[in-house]
Write a protein that binds this ligand. Structure first.
Ligand code: URA
Length: 441
């Protein structure tokens, strides 16, 4: 029987189950440019309210993977391990762990995204490095993996192109926060990229798409079930995203923080997450038995300078200006830099990550519409983190922007994002839990 888009939207809207052929037909039609965005938007909203079951999700993931090609990386003899995060604020771990892992002789075929909603994106951070090219062709990407051991790129037209168009549409139609849609989006591009193993960082908290632990666990389990069905090994961690990760939020500001970390500066929460994830990547590669050994090997790569050297090599081979990385003080600064002081004496209890994400976006670090151009210099630098003691009037953060008209509003919003407690507050571990896949050590 001839299918009709309106009937399928109606079916899903009314809570009925779509067949595999319904899903393949509807999404392929859109991918071929024969279904308008308003009908796809309506379907995504129906799927948001009536989440896909396991069979529907498998059909969607399959359609997304095969909307392009599944990259064949068999010519690269090293194990190929990637990491993906569900998105957060100040989440710059990719820039730290990719060179760590590549410097250990493991290939890192990293296909990243741009900022989505209030969260930042690895591609935007990389592009803040003058000259850095994230648009390598598939052949250049393979060459980069062969020679340097790591490629940091955006989705090419070959890799899950349907995810790319749906991702942009979901961003502007309030349909991001759906567990099956997020799972299909992440896993389709990862499976299509030809990797052997994947470490997943599922973020939970105010700045994450999964606001509570229950949702995060459910997403983690859904991601694992897809990995299993494609016979990919994976490790999943649930990590805290109630406060921004590290001190910097905003593209170049974050790159600068990564440079410092790769040179050995201790940023406890950021390094805790980066080293745990890189340790898990090393473990998945088979280079060590346990996560602890993977973390120790990763830590050593920072100490001996090899991770920093590898980062310079990656940046250079992708056209980036390594002189700027070596002398970050030469990077232009935002015209407006304003300090926000503590309103009282006490201990920082909350720095609300979601508000920070929206403020950073308003300052120019993210896009409010698809057409917006990012200001790489814009963002927020914290001088204090949760658990730190502050004295009234002491500087807590500095906003950086080129837009004088947003400073007042952002200052007010940022003040509302901070809670200072008279009682001592303990800084908590950012690693909430590891979700086991098989019989892991
Ligand atoms: N990251 C992705 O790759 N896709 C989503 O839908 C959300 C986060």
């Amino acid at each position: 029987m001839q299918k009709n888009p309106v009937e399928l939207i109606l079916k899903k809207r009314n809570g009925e189950i779509l067949t595999q052929s319904d899903i393949e037909w509807f999404f392929s039609l859109y991918h071929q440019g024969n279904l308008p965005e308003y009908q796809m938007s309506a379907m995504l909203m129906a799927m948001y309210f009536n989440p896909l079951n396991a069979e529907e999700l498998a059909a969607l993931c399959h359609t997304m993977i095969y909307s392009g090609e599944v990259v064949d990386l068999r010519t690269i003899s090293k194990p190929k391990i990637d990491k993906h995060s569900t998105g957060g604020i100040g989440d710059k771990t990719s820039l730290i762990l990719a060179p760590i892992v590549a410097s250990l002789g493991i290939a890192v075929p990293m296909i990243s995204g741009r900022g989505l909603g209030h969260t930042g994106g690895t591609l935007d951070k990389l592009e803040s490095i003058p000259g850095f090219n994230v648009n390598l062709s598939l052949n250049e990407f393979k060459g980069q993996l062969q020679t340097v051991g790591c490629g940091l790129i955006g989705q090419t037209k070959e890799i899950a192109p349907l995810d790319k168009s749906l991702y942009a549409l979901r961003d502007v139609t309030a349909t991001v926060e759906s567990i099956p849609l997020i799972a299909a989006s992440i896993m389709s591009k990862k499976i299509a990229s030809g990797l052997d193993g994947l470490v997943l960082d599922v973020k939970t908290g105010s700045g994450a798409f999964m606001k509570d632990l229950h949702q995060a666990r459910s997403l983690a389990k859904t991601l694992i079930s897809i990995a299993k069905s494609y016979e990919k090994s994976c490790s999943v961690f649930i990590t805290d995203m109630n406060e921004p990760l590290g001190y910097a939020v905003g593209n170049w500001l974050e790159v600068q923080e990564c440079i410092a970390c790769l040179q050995g500066k201790p940023v406890p929460d950021l390094m805790e997450v980066s080293l745990t994830l890189s340790g898990a990547m090393v473990q998945l590669s088979g280079k060590c038995e346990t996560l602890e050994e993977g973390v120790a090997l990763s830590r050593e790569q920072i100490k001996n300078g090899e991770a920093w050297e590898k980062f310079l090599e990656i940046v250079q081979s992708q056209g980036g200006d390594t002189a700027m990385l070596q002398s970050p003080q030469n990077y232009p600064q935002s015209k407006h830099r304003l300090d926000i002081p503590a309103s009282e004496t006490g201990f920082i209890q909350t720095i609300d990550a979601q508000t920070v994400g929206f403020c950073a976006m308003q300052l120019g670090a993210g896009r409010q519409t698809i057409q917006d151009k990012i200001d790489p210099k814009a963002g927020i630098v914290f001088h204090k983190k949760c658990g730190d003691e502050v004295v009234k009037g002491e500087k807590i953060l500095t906003v950086h922007t080129g837009k004088s008209d947003v400073v007042e509003q952002v200052t007010k919003r940022m003040e509302s994002a901070l809670v200072i407690s008279p009682k001592k507050v303990e800084a908590v571990s950012k690693i909430i839990e590891k979700i086991p896949m098989n019989n892991e050590k």
